[in-house]
Write a protein that binds this ligand. Sequence first.
Ligand code: IMP
Length: 500
Amino acid sequence: MAHYLNDISRTFSEYLLIPGLTTKECIPNQISLKAPLVRFKANEEPAISLNIPFVSAIMQSVSDHKMAIALARNGGLSFIFGSQSIESQAEMVRKVKKYKAGFVISDANLTPENTLADVLALKEKSGHATIGITENGASDSKLLGIVTGRDYRITRDSLDKKVKEFMTPFDKLITGEFGISLAEANDIIWDHKLNCLPIIDNNQCLKYFVFRKDYDSHQDNPNEISDADKKLLVGAGINTRDYRERVPQLIEAGVDVVCIDSSDGFSVWQKETLEYVKNTYGDKVKIGAGNVVDRDGFLYLAEAGADFVKVGVGGGSICITREQKGIGRGQATAIIEVAAARDEYFKKTGVYVPICSDGGIVQDYHMVLALAMGADFIMMGRYFARFDESPTRKLMVNGNYMKEYWGEGSNRARNWQRYDAGGAEGLKFEEGVDSFVPYAGKLKDNLDITLGKIRSTMSSCGVTSIIDLQKNGKITLVSSTSIIEGGAHDVIVKDSRNNG
Ligand code: IMP
């Protein structure tokens, strides 16, 4: 006979937090949201911590280098999607590691032999008005000039006109030396009244642009997470098939942490992958695994060496795994059980293996509930997909701006292997949908609001850190009638935007 569990699978919306005593220590701006990312021994610090407990999902429609840069600058971490070639994933990792605030790697370049038509097409495609003109049309190649909107007049110039006839040539350019600080670059910009300063190395190769218009956005990011060389931290998704080739190239590109990406991580293939990566690369890279939803799954991956374990099957907003396969568990119930297993493992071994709640966050308050239930940090797809920094198109749909968002198990992602258990056959059905999510603007603006709410909830609960919340938070189940009581009710709401 099959085993029956006695619990009911519950989700976040079925719970609330009960306020605790708020003291003067619990004012929101004193609350720490620091979270361990990887395993550590009692009385030791984790090798990597997050300054905010958020990571972005390992998905084509969420985590590329742009998202990774924006999130690391704000204290969280992205896992760059693995459903792409090893080379292009490694290149994205490299871009994050090369990032220097204010120094923009030019990804819109042409050669002097190109035409005005090429300039206009590139401008349209890349959205950049400043185009580097280099020997072979790539960045990191010899800089021969630049083209900006001031170099041509569409109404007067022929589209066939060669770039070399209207670019500002190298000998007329003021440039900065590779290695100068941002403050020095900005001084040159102000002294020479420039809009853009190309930064070149000893061989005249184009390394970066520094723009006057970015000056204001160069303020400090106090939450930024970086390595010993002050380079931003970045993660990447891997799978249980090509890890022998993928992991070394990601390490070579500078990745800090990888994560085995699967909707069902309780498998012998994950154990083999963990053991191989640990034995071959030791401390060169950290590795997370998942997803699991119970004690057995957690202990299996923790014992196999996972640096963190991801929790959640079937709760993702674009996910239809439960409908298709009948596997999964309510996210709240999964977190509560796995958190208990993590604590039990810590007591027994003295090793703390952080857990990540993955998927199913709809309201901001679900985040603080996930943390109170024991999650160390939270992975989100839908939340981040809505921002400017996500890799997908922003489209007008029925009068509203939307961003595209599709599951890794959807036909669009064509990533079948992720959702099979390692067999060669591959699955023939979808586990995810292709969708739109409402466009929400810049990551930082939204994050500030969300984090403000989390701090405010923690303040109400009378706690000053995530560990404090996990130990002392009081959680209650809610009845369906009291859920109705929790929203605006028995009034006619004037502006529905405030209720989102
Ligand atoms: P969300 O934050 O609720 O949108 O959930 C994101 C999570 O859904 C990801 O981190 C994955 O764990 C999961 N996921 C991504 N793509 C798929 C899919 O196609 N099917 C099932 N789950 C998916």
